[in-house]
Design a binder for this molecule. Sequence first.
Ligand SMILES: [Zn+2]
Length: 123
Amino acid sequence: MSAKLKKDKREPVRIQLKKNDNVKVIAGRDRGKTGRVLDVDSSTGRIVVEHVNMIKKHTKKNPAKQIAGGIAEREGPIAVSNVMILCPKCGPVRIAHHMVAAPGGKTIRQRICRKCGQTLDKK
Ligand SMILES: [Zn+2]
């Protein structure tokens, strides 16, 4: 097991991924797996991806809170640098940004695929 990183001493990391993005793991124990982003933590630079980095969590039973106790399997966080976003057309790609005019004279930043230019943001 690796030592726990001190949260408070680190600069927040800019993460271009959002919840519910489809990503592919490109490095580490679960390399090759794809899944949906469940959680993003910019203070640690880590994300949680569905069915990736499954860890066994030992929980003590607590009848007052209806927790049964025992060993539960759940997703552990992995470093954002170990995943790439999946473009529906091209597969794993890097993200480019692009300004789009929005109603009301505003411009919004949109994430697009660097290969085919398709938007990666869901409406
Ligand atoms: Zn693409």
